[in-house]
Write a protein that binds this ligand. Structure first.
Ligand code: FAD
Length: 451
């Protein structure tokens, strides 16, 4: 039993977990590889944002940060789909005014969490990279800012150190039964920018997530509070139509002019951004168990890195923190039991969202313009309107319903999809829907009331 908790990683999940545990009166030490982001982000100049949804918001609410975070968010009510003629159409995410997702700056959110952690008396050390963890000897090894090596007597260790987790590697080395897979997608991504309008303000509709879908690739754009949009191009890594082909200014200019003509005039720094910003890889990490010997556990991307197409990486990581917190009772912890219950309660859900995130890439880059898919969406909304406890669109279950576990959303989503396929066969609009058949098909679907 230890009252000291060492959290490795001060990204998004590390400070949140630290706040939860500090509020339970544990002594929490947070070790972060980078320098203090609150100074670094101000200098960085490049905005990177994320979509925050109900699961993440629920966790932030639990630690009293929801209102503060809402102050730095922009609500997005749907996907604004752009075609190559510059036409746009908005596909709403949900049917109620409250069914929005929130664009938030990664840097600002990280800073807010670090401030709150410090306020909760978490001791944060920056520029401290974990280089190893001797689980049997209870020692954490670090390199400090000056390059010097440092050993720290470890308390309970929580690895919130992202997809390349040093804590996970230590657990893996110690547990010969540790299962680990890393599936790299054959796509990569590059972040670009649409700056604010010359006189200030947004150059595109601010209350939407913009998509330029192109069947096997796409660009998206999310708004930032200062009026810019962070755009992300998702494109094959190698091959005929891929980042490989975008090696010089002409090929980049031609590619954007052909596929994103309405965005190009809004991107005056396109070429600079394209060639100076890194190209990132996309992968899914699955592993188990997420703990070892009642001494250490991993959460967030360290335990389950997923592709970003359902905007749930951070949200699921925040849900990890909330769930782990619910298992911890100050002063009477059997960490082995807590961590075992943590893996048992989260693993299936993490696997489910990992799989749904890969599937959602196809929806975003291809299906959003497909008439049959659009019809299914409309029919799904009609069913939800009439039987809100029986039919809940999968997107809504994942994104708006923190009370429905991901594994349930996946299973229910598959059953609902079969029903939609049956109901949409041979019709072209929701007005033609066979309501009698719909009622019959939904009869056995267990009711799911809002929590
Ligand atoms: P991280 O945020 O990666 O934080 C890990 C921290 O640990 C970092 O600060 C790092 O410096 C530190 N660290 C690493 N190694 C060490 C070490 N050895 N010693 C000390 N410190 C260390 N998620 C969403 O929910 N919504 C979205 O819209 C969304 N969009 C995304 C878009 C893209 C392009 C990508 C790539 C991801 C997106 N995600 C999104 C996923 C989200 O970014 C991650 O799931 C989230 O950042 C995970 O948080 P984390 O704290 O587990 O890891």
């Amino acid at each position: 039993m230890s009252d000291v908790i060492d959290i490795v990683g001060g990204g998004l999940t590390g400070p949140l977990m630290a706040i939860y545990l500090a509020r339970k009166n544990f002594t929490v030490r947070l070790h972060e590889r980078r320098e203090d982001m609150r100074k670094a982000v101000a200098q960085e100049g490049r905005s990177i944002n994320l979509a925050l949804t109900a699961r993440g918001m629920k966790a932030l609410d639990e630690v009293g940060l929801k209102e503060k975070v809402l102050d730095i968010c922009i609500p997005m009510k749907g996907r604004m789909v752009h075609d190559t003629a510059g036409n746009t159409v908005l596909h709403p995410y949900g049917q109620k005014d409250s069914e929005v997702i929130y664009a938030v700056s990664r840097g600002q959110l990280n800073n807010l969490l670090l401030d709150a952690a410090e306020k909760a008396h978490v001791v944060i050390t920056f520029s401290r990279r974990c280089t190893g963890y001797d689980i049997d000897g209870n020692l954490l090894h670090f390199t400090d800012a000056d390059g010097g090596a440092r050993e720290v007597d470890a308390g309970i260790v929580i690895g919130a150190d992202g997809a390349g987790s040093a804590v996970r590697k230590a657990i893996m080395a110690r547990d010969k039964n540790f299962a680990f897979t890393n599936d790299t997608l054959d796509y990569s991504y590059k972040e670009l920018e649409i700056p604010p309008a010359a006189g200030g303000g947004f150059q595109l509709e601010a209350a939407a997530l913009h998509i330029w879908p192109h069947k096997n690739f796409m660009m998206i754009a999310l708004p930032n509070t200062e009026g810019s949009f962070t755009c992300t191009l998702f494109y094959k890594t190698k091959g005929a139509q891929s980042f490989d082909q975008l090696a010089d200014e002409k090929s980049v200019t031609d590619f954007f002019a052909a596929h994103f003509p309405d965005a190009v005039p809004l991107m005056p720094r396109l070429l600079d951004d394209f060639f100076s910003n890194p190209t990132g890889a996309l992968y899914t990490i699955k592993c188990a168990p997420w703990h070892h010997a009642g001494k250490a556990a991993i959460l967030g991307d360290a335990a389950h890195a997923i592709v970003p197409f359902f905007a749930q990486g951070m949200n699921s990581g925040f849900e990890d923190c909330s769930f782990l917190n619910s298992l911890v009772v100050a002063g009477e912890n059997n960490w082995e039991k807590v961590f075992t219950a943590f893996t048992a309660g989260r693993k299936d859900n993490a696997d489910a969202i990992a799989d749904m995130a890969v599937e959602n890439f196809i929806e975003m880059r291809d299906l959003v313009t497909d008439p049959h898919f659009i019809l299914k969406k409309k029919v799904g909304f009609a069913l939800e309107k009439r039987w809100p406890d029986k039919f809940i669109p999968r997107y809504s279950m994942v994104v708006f319903r923190a009370d429905i576990p991901y594994a349930e959303a996946k299973a229910r989503g598959m059953a609902q999809d079969k029903i939609l396929e049956t109901l949409c066969a041979g019709i072209s609009s929701p007005e033609e829907l066979n309501w009698e058949l719909a009622e019959k098909l939904l009869h056995d679907m267990p009711a799911r009331k809002s929590a």
